[in-house]
Design a protein around this ligand. Structure first.
Ligand code: SF4
Length: 145
C-alpha cells in the first residue's frame, strides 16, 4: 500500500541545513518514515541562501539578518519553490520546525535576536496555511502517529 506523503522541514529529517549548519533530527523519525513518504524541504536553502548563514528573524513584516541585511526575497522565493515541491508530491500535511522565520508555526522569534518569542508564523508556514495545509510541529507531532 502506498504511504501518504508528509512534507517535513529538512532539518527535522536530519539534514544539516540550519543557519548554523546543524540539524534537529525528529526523535520519532523512524516511525514517521514507516508511516509516511517523507518529502524534506529547506525553504531557506531553496531560496538560494548558503549554509551556514546569518541568523534571521521577522521584523515588521520583513526578514532581516542579525547584521540588518534584508533577506526577505530569499525567504519568499524559497517558500514558493518548496510549495511547488510539496504540491508536486501531493502533500497536504506538514511537520515543520518550531520558531523558525521560515517554518515556525504559531510562534516565531520576535525580531530582537534575544530568543524572545511572539505570536506569528514563518514565511513558509504562512504560505502553506494559505494553501490549506494542515501543520504540525514536533510538539504536536504525536497526533501524526
Ligand atoms: Fe529547517 Fe526550515 Fe530553517 Fe530550513 S528553513 S533550516 S527546514 S527550519
Amino acid at each position: 500500500m502506498n504511504k501518504p506523503p508528509l512534507l517535513i522541514s529538512a532539518c527535522l529529517a536530519g539534514i544539516r541545513c540550519r543557519y548554523n549548519g546543524s540539524s534537529v533530527p525528529f526523535p520519532l523519525l523512524e516511525a514517521l518514515e514507516q508511516a509516511y513518504s517523507l518529502v524534506a524541504v529547506c525553504p531557506e536553502q531553496l531560496g538560494g541562501l548558503i549554509t551556514p548563514r546569518s541568523a534571521s528573524e521577522r521584523v515588521n513584516g520583513r526578514i532581516l539578518t542579525k547584521e540588518g541585511e534584508d533577506v526577505t526575497h530569499f525567504f519568499e522565493a524559497g517558500a514558493q519553490e518548496a510549495l511547488c515541491i510539496a504540491l508536486n508530491h501531493h502533500c497536504t500535511t506538514a511537520l515543520l520546525m518550531e520558531r523558525s522565520p521560515s517554518c515556525g508555526v504559531g510562534f516565531i522569534y520576535d525580531g530582537t535576536f534575544s530568543s524572545t518569542l511572539t505570536e506569528g508564523n514563518g514565511v513558509f508556514a504562512a504560505l502553506l496555511i494559505s494553501h490549506s495545509f494542515t501543520l504540525y510541529t514536533p510538539t504536536s507531532a504525536g497526533l501524526l502517529l
